[in-house]
Design a binder for this molecule. Structure first.
Ligand code: XMP
Length: 512
């Protein structure tokens, strides 16, 4: 595998993704834990990430010097390149004008890093973001590409297999960057590029068995992809030592609870406790209108119910969770102060502390799309694996104002019509999230010869890569009017449909 040492770049995770896309397993470790990770992983190559600091400062982070003596290939990116140069005897100076954004480099010499992509004398687009730059190379290094602002844009010591790039090959704005990283992983480190989900599945199964022994494990199912994949994998490892608990708060979409129960109990034969607590949740939500108050109530009640069930089942030492890699990577933050809470997405965040159980988190090393690939590997139906994200508090945050059973039922029907049309039009996979929102506002309409006075339904559909920013999905007018007509005709209680045309920012994806 390849060890990625994180110096706090915003895009370090992308390096890990690119390496794995090349079929090579990789893990990220913060610079101050790199030595530990090195011992544990016994990597065949090292990548040093970028970072916001300046190597010119005495107290800025360093690479353990012994990494350079391990005989392993090293690729330094931006700060990582500067650090490598400085620690090996070159020099780096702060420059007043850095290079930020798109830049062009000229290839001046052949290098194995450029195999199959760049030849001498060619110019190529890259993405730069640096103030400091390397001014003198350490012994053994020579430049292999230059940009206007960085004479040592790419440097190499082919004997020791040390490489430095001033630009960021991990971002998409460096069009050949993924290839460059793949060249490092395969041609320089000599890794075969055969890391697959099938292998991961087998390795994890062995790991889960070793961790759990003959102990009992409880896993909460939400209907989402992550907990479903975790549960199926754990069941494959330890069979009926696993019990799944599905806390059904009654705020799910049409037919969703039945799907979860059907899939787990009937299809996989996994022991599943279906706790129907709709009334408890609806009673507690009565009178609550503030979005944060609703979230807090739902989060807390969810944990209470789950804990109660766990006690009833009894004897479980382990709690399984579908935690993903982006939640795990310890971010190295030099500048980040506390940020403002726009929405508290914690859901069941307090669960592990309260339960006092050991955690089983088989997806900790995976990114979302890798979890989907693992789900497919485990034979989970596409309907589950390809699902749009769905918030923990469910429909409660898609009904601004008070949540009632009647409102949930109306919303479920409208949402089902909308999603059925999206699937029928073949658009589901092109959209990050699509859903209906029920507005607690009545407007006047006319149906037949009568006046109606019913709720408004807003439709939302966005594209996004991570939910942090989002664009509106541009449906054509015919599609939207077909959905509007169907909803008003088929869903009693709604007589007007609007489409939300707000991007994020300034809007958020959910309405609450
Ligand atoms: P926003 O609305 O903040 O949503 O733009 C970004 C992503 O987060 C999801 N979301 C939540 N997920 N609990 C969750 O588990 C929550 O309280 C919550 N609020 C929003 C939202 O669906 C989108 O994918």
């Amino acid at each position: 595998c390849i060890l990625i040492v994180d110096f706090g770049s915003q895009v370090t995770q992308l390096i890990a993704r690119r390496v794995r896309e090349a079929g090579v397993y990789s893990e990220v470790a913060p610079f101050n834990r790199a030595a530990e990770a090195f011992e544990r992983l016994q990597p065949r190559g090292i990548i040093l990430s970028g970072g916001p600091d300046s190597v010119a400062r005495l107290d800025s982070p360093r690479v353990p010097q012994e990494f350079f003596e391990a005989g392993l290939p090293i690729l330094g990116i931006c700060y990582g390149q500067q650090l490598m140069c400085q620690q090996l005897g070159g020099s780096v100076t702060p420059h007043e004008s850095g290079e930020f954004g798109r830049a062009f480099i000229e290839v001046t010499k052949r290098s194995v890093l450029f195999d199959g992509m760049w030849a001498e004398g060619e110019r190529h687009q890259v993405w730069m973001s640096h103030g400091d730059r390397v001014d003198a190379l350490p012994p053994g290094f020579h430049p292999v590409a230059a940009s206007e602002g960085a004479p040592f844009a790419v440097t190499a010591d082919e004997d020791r297999r040390f490489y430095g790039v001033q630009f960021h090959p991990e971002v998409v704005h460096t069009p050949d960057g993924a290839k460059l990283i793949a060249n490092f992983a395969r041609h320089v480190c000599g890794l075969a590029g055969d890391w697959t989900m099938a292998e991961f599945r087998q390795a994890k199964i062995a790991e889960i068995r070793a961790q759990v022994g003959d102990g009992r494990v409880i896993c909460g199912l939400s209907g989402g992809v992550d907990s479903a994949v975790a549960a199926v994998l754990i069941h494959e490892a330890i069979g009926d030592q696993l019990t799944c608990v599905f806390v059904d708060h009654g705020l799910l979409r049409l037919g969703e609870a039945d799907q979860v129960v059907g899939l787990f109990r009937e299809h996989y034969g996994i022991p599943l406790v279906h706790v129907n607590v709709e009334t408890l949740f609806l009673n507690g939500l009565a009178g609550l209108t503030d979005p944060e108050a609703k979230r807090k109530f739902i989060g807390k009640t969810f944990i209470d119910v789950f804990e109660d069930q766990a006690n009833k089942i009894g004897g479980a030492k382990f709690l399984a969770q579908g935690t993903l890699y982006p939640d795990v990577i310890e971010s190295v933050s030099f500048t980040g102060g506390p940020s403002v809470t726009i929405k508290s997405h914690h859901n069941v965040g307090g669960l592990p502390e309260r339960m006092d159980m050991a955690l089983v988190e088989p997806l900790r090393e995976l990114f979302k799309d890798e979890v989907r690939a693992l789900g497919r590997e485990l034979g989970l139906p596409e309907l589950f694996v390809g699902r749009h994200p769905f918030p923990g508090p469910g429909l409660a945050i898609r009904i601004p104002g008070e949540v009632t059973k009647a409102r949930c039922d109306i919303l479920r029907k409208a949402d089902a019509v909308y999603l059925a049309e999206i699937r029928a039009a073949g658009l589901y996979d092109a959209i990050w999230q699509a859903f209906a929102v029920l507005l607690p506002v009545r407007t006047v309409g006319v149906m037949g010869d009568s006046r109606t006075y019913d709720y408004v339904c807003a439709l939302r559909a966005v594209t996004s890569t991570d939910g942090m920013t989002a664009d509106v999905y541009p449906f054509d007018a015919a599609f939207l009017s077909r959905v509007a007509t169907r909803i008003v005709n088929e869903v009693q209680g709604i007589n007007r449909v609007t489409y939300d045309y707000t991007s994020k920012p300034p809007g958020t994806i959910e309405w609450e």
